[in-house]
Write a protein that binds this ligand. Structure first.
Ligand SMILES: NC(=O)c1ccc[n+]([C@@H]2O[C@H](COP(=O)([O-])OP(=O)(O)OC[C@H]3O[C@@H](n4cnc5c(N)ncnc54)[C@H](OP(=O)(O)O)[C@@H]3O)[C@@H](O)[C@H]2O)c1
Length: 336
């Protein structure tokens, strides 16, 4: 390992409009040496998520600010390769905020944890991590579909949406409809994940299809995208509906003032609620949810798909794919 270097992608610029490769700068440093009580992690798989775009601009109030020149933030999974810390011996699989880089030193405090035996790095970064628990908490506890309810999910073929729709079905929803950006994604939702219908928002009249599929309005709308699709959902609420504000990706690359939903007043007529949440507020419940989701996965009720691309050089591309809609399921990048 003496010849090894630590490849990194640093933040070169605050993104303007669509995030692009030139917003990152490649750098190489020496592999750091762990001091007393510390250990060296070799980062192997990196996870990207849409919120990182906002964090590059310090838009998120729940994450520490990032400066130009900082290593790009991201969750990763890897292995301890040198250790002066008996709690994290060599060979221990770990996950945490490792960033766009090959190696990092940790003292085991903060955003780092052991990956349990039998759990893959992919699963730890997806279903048994913040992304999976976002789908669980947002659907089961904020949307809380009851048996017989009707549910609409946007961003449905992405990491969160594909799980959220299946969770609604598991909890007894009578009808679950997904909205996604290609026919291939729509087919995956209906043919493999058990969604009752899917709408391609790039080629279909979403307002007409939503009206047709929810003649009495929907009981739960799980929103990952915001914008026009949120407005269409707000126009089609059943009495007592729950609107789950999980994300608003349609706005993340927009500059300047962003229009609010025109149809918000239907929340009044429908006696409905619209609730936002941030999953990191609920970290203390992750263990409880891992048991519930682990059981569903073992029983074959909950399926998950990882969209793995290879190569350290593709880290910025991996993030950009979320905004071009190229990913199906959870976007990960294998760097080692
Ligand atoms: N509240 C929380 O704590 C929390 C935690 C995690 C994630 N989130 C949010 O959950 C949402 C999904 O995150 P994820 O990690 O699962 O990402 P993801 O859905 O796997 O990837 C993003 C997807 O969004 C769609 N998209 C991109 N630009 C769009 C646009 N302008 N309009 C509509 N759809 C667009 C693309 O699919 P199409 O091909 O369908 O366009 C793309 O595949 C994001 O909004 C994210 O910020 C919230």
């Amino acid at each position: 390992m003496t010849d090894a270097k630590n490849r990194q992608f640093l933040i070169a610029a605050r993104p303007k409009g669509m995030v692009k490769e030139s917003d990152f700068r490649y750098a190489e440093t020496a592999v750091p040496e762990p001091g007393e009580g510390e250990f060296l992690v070799h980062n192997e798989i990196v996870a990207v998520e849409p919120a990182l775009r906002g964090q590059m601009e310090n838009r998120a109030n729940y994450a520490a600010p990032l400066q130009i020149g900082d290593v790009m933030r991201a969750l990763g999974a890897g292995t301890v390769v040198k250790s002066n810390n008996p709690d994290f011996p060599v060979g221990q699989k770990v996950q945490g905020l490792f960033g766009f880089q090959d190696y990092l030193v940790s003292d085991g405090k903060g955003m780092i944890g052991r990956i349990p035996d039998g759990v893959s790095g992919e699963a730890a970064l997806y279903v048994f991590g913040g992304t999976g628990y976002t789908a669980y908490y947002g659907m089961a506890e904020v949307g809380h579909p009851k048996a017989g309810d009707t549910v609409l999910v946007s961003g449905a073929a992405g990491a969160v949406g594909s799980l959220a729709g299946q969770i609604a079905k598991i909890l007894g929803a009578a009808k679950v409809v997904g909205i996604a950006g290609s026919d291939e994604k729509c087919r995956w939702l209906t043919d493999e994940l058990g969604f009752d219908a899917a709408i391609n928002y790039k080629t279909e009249d979403v307002a007409a299809r939503v009206k047709e599929l929810f003649p009495k309005g929907m009981d739960v709308y799980y929103d990952n995208v915001g914008g026009e699709i949120l407005d269409i959902a707000l126009a089609n609420l059943a009495q007592g509906a729950r609107v789950v504000l999980c994300g608003g990706i349609s706005r993340y690359n927009k500059e300047g003032p962003i229009e609010g939903p025109k149809n918000y007043f239907n929340l009044v007529y429908a006696r409905a609620t619209m609730t936002g949440f941030i999953i990191v507020d609920h970290v203390h419940r992750y263990r409880e949810w891992s048991q519930i989701m682990g059981k569903w996965i073992a029983e074959g009720k909950l399926k998950y798909r990882v969209d793995m691309i290879e190569g350290f050089e593709n880290l910025p591309k991996g993030l950009i794919r979320l905004f071009t809609g190229e990913n199906i399921g959870k976007q990960l990048i294998r760097i080692a």
